[in-house]
Design a binder for this molecule. Sequence first.
Ligand code: ADP
Length: 394
Amino acid sequence: MKILVINCGSSSLKYQLIDMDGEKVLCKGLCERIGMESSMITHEANGTKATTPAIFPTHTEAFAEVVKKMTTGAGKCINDVSEIDAIGHRVVHGGEKFKSSCLITDEVINTLRELSPLAPLHNPAGILGIEAARKVFGNIPMVAVFDTAFHSTMPPKAYMYAIPYEYYEKYGVRRYGFHGTSHRYVSGRMAELLGEMPHRLITCHLGNGSSLAAIKDGKVVDTSMGFTPLDGIIMGTRCGSIDPSIVSYIANLENLHERGMNRLLNNESGLLGVSGVSSDFRDVLEAAENGNERAQLAADMLEYQLVKLIGSYAAALGGVDAILFTGGIGENAMGLREQVMHDLAYLGVTADLAANNSRGEEVRISGADSKVEVWVVPTNEEIMIARDTAELIK
Ligand code: ADP
């Protein structure tokens, strides 16, 4: 069975074609600058990778080009689109309606439209992708896999905000959590690696966007992203948790309205805003090593907030049996992991520094005598989407 996994942004389309027989990636790629000038496609297959210019007025043309790349030339990996059995779409927000992945019907698309106000930057792009895929691929079965779904097991005491209850009822204002597909993949992998699901597990997904999840017996009980992916730990350009009064305070002083404040908090804050150097953690670390104090401060803030959140989740779970790191930062930033393990000594964590000296590998990095298993588990959201899709169309 061959599954095409799709992740659509408002101007981008990421894809991966997976042969479920052995879960082999046949090709992957990215269409960029859709709806803008100088669009391009990067396609990788058969050991070749090439970026070529293209004209993508909408996602439909981008999908048509993806089909062309998959069926012709050096990147050819199938003879005909009829070989694709189904498409799995990543959808950011499932609200309270979607607690697991589902087959996409007209009704599902309508519900996604109704949910768009909850994720104005993300869900409309997902819908565009679904509709464009329908135009290009016809009646092929399609599945939606939601970033929020894995967190739907949170109890109300964890997902409610202490504002008047009517705003939850009227507008759905509550914590939803995101990155659920990643937290689900890595926690499942953790269970496989340890032989059973750890009773109390904390998963740390640290990338451009970052979130932690507290997972009890395989079910999320709390997570750091909230109503939107802006909440929680400091990220590349997002502020994470701040005192909400700061919003109106700065908005008044700087005469910034909703859009200006959204830009400030989503695109100009986080590692970038504090360091003034970059949103990319590698650049921040390099600048810190060269003596840039604000870069050092941004790196210290990330480490401190991580330790603080892990501590609060250990409290929420009544202790912790396993902690895992994933995402670009979690999988690669050895120094950060070492410092976090050092600061968690009070939980009985010890480190295996030789094992920690690795990037992007599945490895146990806690010492043999550690009371808590600490692991690096590279994430794979695409395979999770493909598995759900295969399961649902069976
Ligand atoms: P996204 O959330 O966009 O999927 P990634 O999960 O790829 O992002 O994570 C990107 C982050 O990972 C960037 O901040 C990048 O600097 C960081 N990263 C990648 N490699 C390293 C490394 N060797 N050391 C520290 N950080 C790294």
